[in-house]
Design a protein around this ligand. Structure first.
Ligand SMILES: Nc1nc2c(ncn2[C@@H]2O[C@H](COP(=O)(O)OP(=O)(O)OP(=O)(O)O)[C@@H](O)[C@H]2O)c(=O)[nH]1
Ligand SMILES: [Mg+2]
Ligand SMILES: [Zn+2]
Length: 271
């Protein structure tokens, strides 16, 4: 769906090969029939958030200026997925905020807060809210930005979107308690305007966040607190795994960086 500056909408196909165009893209298109058109050209992207495994790449959104990683205590969230999201974001220099949704589930939320404290100390804003009650703490973070709601299925991304844009009426669905997961309710990303300068994209739940597109030697740059130590190791090609004289391992041993984050980095090196 293409929207013009005046807010007119056209159902479009892509000229030539299918795919390639993503939610948030700016395009040139030609009208072919009432409310229909052909996308002729994708304009250069400011940012591109995507994930990739050995076989394919999947664009999450184009031209976003902020990523809102949505987590909740129920179903349980993967801290590794947060870290992968952060690495993808850092590689595109896109700022991230973390939203802990379903704060009304007070007891499990307490445990989630303790896990997320680490990310707050790294400088990522961590907001706690309950989308079914009140999302007002999130509003100031949306101003003058194009944000994408990203995260696992069932965390409440579409519920947050509906709270922000009541007319949107995005489909939401009960989670599966048996599987401790969401039901992959949202199948297509879509951008919604909050006001003239702010927009939010709701995206489908992510199960795995492959980072095949990021070179191994660049992975450490995805960990913001590692930056002062990169280039300080004894060996210039240090992978910070177990090499002697590694500045990152030394920093972790001395409590300057979190051993949990170094362990996630090691996990990313493996695949
Ligand atoms: N208790 C509680 N439940 C919530 C809250 N926000 C969302 N939910 C519920 O969580 C379930 C999943 O919400 P969705 O908004 O569909 O989740 P999603 O992240 O969009 O999931 P996908 O589209 O599958 O990626 C629904 O049953 C929501 O009603 C909240 O703040 N508190
Ligand atoms: Mg959804
Ligand atoms: Zn090192």
């Amino acid at each position: 769906m293409v929207e013009t500056r005046d807010g007119e909408r056209f159902s479009c196909v892509m000229r030539g090969k299918k795919g390639g165009v993503a939610c948030g893209d700016k395009v040139e298109f030609r009208i072919t029939a009432p409310e229909q058109g052909v996308i002729e050209k994708i304009l250069p992207r400011e940012t591109l958030l995507y994930r990739s495994d050995a076989y394919k790449e999947k664009i999450i959104a184009a031209n976003v200026t902020q990523i809102i990683v949505v987590v909740a205590a129920v179903p349980s969230f993967s801290e590794e997925l947060i870290n992968r999201c952060l690495v993808a974001a850092e590689s595109q220099s896109i700022p991230v905020i973390i939203v802990l949704n379903k704060a009304d589930l007070t007891e499990p939320t307490q445990a989630a807060i303790r896990i997320l404290e680490l990310y707050a100390t790294l400088g990522y804003p961590v907001l706690k809210l309950s989308a079914i009650n009140d999302i007002s703490v999130l509003r100031p973070y949306l101003e003058d930005r194009v944000s994408v709601l990203a995260g696992q299925s069932g965390m409440g991304k579409s519920t947050i979107l509906n709270a922000l844009v009541p007319d949107a009426q995005r489909m939401t669905a009960e989670i599966s308690t048996a599987l401790d997961s969401g039901c992959h309710t949202t199948t297509h990303s879509r951008l919604y305007h909050i006001n003239a300068n702010s927009a939010v994209i709701d995206s489908p739940g992510i199960q795995a966040f492959g980072l095949n597109h990021i070179k191994v030697e660049n992975l450490a740059w995805g960990f913001t607190e590692f930056h002062p130590y990169i280039g300080q190791c004894k060996f210039h090609n240090c992978r910070h795994l177990n090499e002697p004289g590694c500045a990152l391992i030394y920093a972790a041993e001395n409590g300057k960086i979190s051993t949990r984050r170094l362990a996630f980095y090691h996990k990313l090196l493996e695949n």
